[in-house]
Design a protein around this ligand. Structure first.
Ligand SMILES: C[S@@+](CC[C@H](N)C(=O)[O-])C[C@H]1O[C@@H](n2cnc3c(N)ncnc32)[C@H](O)[C@@H]1O
Length: 349
């Protein structure tokens, strides 16, 4: 069977028709490292991420190489998802931007590679996003003014077991009755009800409780099976256990519906003639929200489909360390300019 011809949007929605050549293919700084490259060839050189912001193909011919519909998206994303899983830490969060149907076809692949769904966030761009009068008789649907940004975490495992199963296995090895786990934590029954539950009531033991269980098991557990609750060959301390849970900090009053107009005004990167350089440029505040919700200062953020590097720009402002790639040299030209300006301003502060 003949392979389907590669789709191209050359010139389709690009404001910048001429090829602009960046003066470098790589920028390395303290707070970021960005390259003009296919991210598939860059991942191996990046530090392991605490957070990945994916804003790639939507199946709408949105950029050269985007697919023409959602059916081709799985093949497009799978090699990337495979790499994300390879380099993810037990506490990595993935933010997957897409259309609703784009997300629907990618969800099974994310699950297949060990990503656990947490929440779907809807970006409502408002009625202002409808360009002029939409002929709903012709399109035969309601006008679309949303995108989704879906939160996933890497399902953490120890000794190839889900945490729930690993905790139970370690405790059983001690030969101690289950109720002693409550004594270990100094609680009435919360340890057996939650941290050692076998069902949906299972709850990640707070790190200090985990350490109390670990210490108790190693004092009172059967001699023959010691040590207990070791994590990757090292003592199971509260700090090590804490690394097995993705970070999440929710600003007060924030919900999963993000009502915000699409980008307008000075934040929009434009050509000298005032045309938007990249139609998919994401608002900095939305990028900042997801990054600050899932990382701390100094953590590594990946932006594999850089465009104008909005997630990288947000990460720099938040003092994270970003790794990003953009395959199209004209977009990279503008993205590089943007990031350089930001870094220059920071050194002036
Ligand atoms: C939806 S846009 C991202 C826009 C970006 N979030 C922003 O705010 O500017 C996706 C970008 O990914 C780039 N891209 C597609 N495949 C890529 C790959 N394999 N490696 C690096 N960049 C890629 C496209 O050229 C396009 O600019």
């Amino acid at each position: 069977m003949k392979a389907a011809p590669k789709t191209s949007t050359v010139g389709r929605s690009k404001a910048v028709k001429e090829e602009l050549v960046p003066d470098t293919k790589q920028l390395n700084a303290k707070l970021c490292s960005i390259s003009c490259a296919n991210s598939l060839n860059a991942y191996d050189d990046w530090e392991k991420p605490t957070c990945i912001v994916s804003d790639g193909a939507y199946g709408v011919l949105g950029f050269d190489g985007d697919t023409s519909d959602h059916l081709d998206l799985p093949a497009w994303y799978e090699p990337h998802i495979e790499k994300w899983s390879k380099y993810a830490k037990p506490n990595t969060t993935l933010w997957f931007w897409n259309s609703e149907i784009g997300w629907a076809v990618i969800h099974p692949i994310l699950e297949k590679y060990g990503w656990r769904y947490v929440n779907a966030n809807v970006w409502d761009k408002g009625k202002g996003h409808i360009a002029g009068n939409v002929n709903t008789k012709k399109i035969r649907r309601f006008p679309v003014v949303t995108e989704v940004c879906v939160q996933y975490v890497k399902e953490p495992k120890i000794d190839d077991l889900l945490l729930k199963d690993w905790l139970l296995r370690e405790w059983k090895r001690t030969g101690l009755p289950m109720r002693k786990a409550n004594e270990a934590c100094g609680v009435k029954d919360v340890a057996t009800r939650k941290y050692f539950a076998k069902d949906h009531l299972w709850y990640f033991a707070p790190p200090e409780r985990f350490e109390a269980i670990q210490k108790y098991a190693n004092i009172h557990g059967a001699e023959a099976g010691k040590p207990y609750f070791e994590i990757e060959g090292q003592e199971g301390t509260a700090e090590r256990w804490a690394e097995y849970r993705a970070k999440f900090y929710c600003p007060h009053g924030f919900t999963n519906v993000w009502q915000r107009n699409s980008l307008k005004g000075s934040e929009r990167i434009t050509t000298a003639e005032g045309k938007a350089v990249h139609l998919n440029q994401k608002p900095l505040d939305l990028m900042s929200n997801i990054i600050s919700a899932s990382t701390d200062e100094g953590d590594v953020v990946w932006e594999p489909f850089g465009g104008l590097f909005s997630a990288t720009a947000a990460s720099i402002a938040l003092k994270r360390k970003a790794f990003g790639a953009e395959i199209d040299q004209t977009y990279f030209y503008y993205g590089l300019k943007r990031i350089r300006q930001q870094l220059n301003q920071l050194t002036l502060l």
